[in-house]
Design a protein around this ligand. Sequence first.
Ligand code: SAM
Length: 235
Amino acid sequence: MNSNQLSKRLETVASFIKPAQTFADIGSDHAYLPCYAVKKGLAERAVAGEVVEGPFQSAKRQVASDGLSEQIDVRKGSGLAVLSPGEVECITIAGMGGPLIASILEEGREKLNGVQKLVLQPNIAAHAVRSWLNENGWAIETEAILEEDGQVYEVISAISKPGQKLSEQERYFGPFLMKEKNKAFLLKWKRELEQIEQVLGQLERAAESEGTVQRKHELNKRKDWIKEVTGYENT
Ligand code: SAM
């Protein structure tokens, strides 16, 4: 991967940026995404935000070597703190866990005024992201799920629009993904079902406590949902 050729995962994130004129990529690491988006004309200007020194330096080097220092501002700081209110129309946050993405949005909520679009790619626990969006006036307008190098990735694109009400199942599976049920979706939930059954097997052998009973109940609920949505039977 480089700033001309993104991974399939980041290319999907980039495909949802349009038609933002300015966007911020938070947790930008090597800044491949903002460099690619500006080179392809998906954005006129971008901010690359990064909290850790090493990745921050590597983002700066990448932007300089692509000759994009006029269009891309690389800033060091946590989450949306690197932004001024109203500065960007779109924010991308990719390659982090769902709860971390949700906490970045929550902590930076005053910076979201004027932002029209969020493109979020949680590596795990995407339901945490969908719940945050749903409770904070953002509507999911489209989603993607794809497999790359054996990993399955979800990408969520949301617009600032209050009123969408997602069910518990829609938050868990994704309202668009659970309708489409593509190959990557079925693979993800087959793996998840296998993992749940493995944990349930371990819990069956463990000493019973209030905690194990509660956990089994929760896992059985998830298992039933997965079977209902995917049509899978026990693996
Ligand atoms: N976004 C890139 C991608 O998807 O390939 C990089 C993903 S990398 C796994 C996550 C990056 O987010 C790391 O460089 C990490 O330092 C950065 N990060 C984690 N928490 C952050 C925060 N609160 N604010 C800014 N960057 C953060």
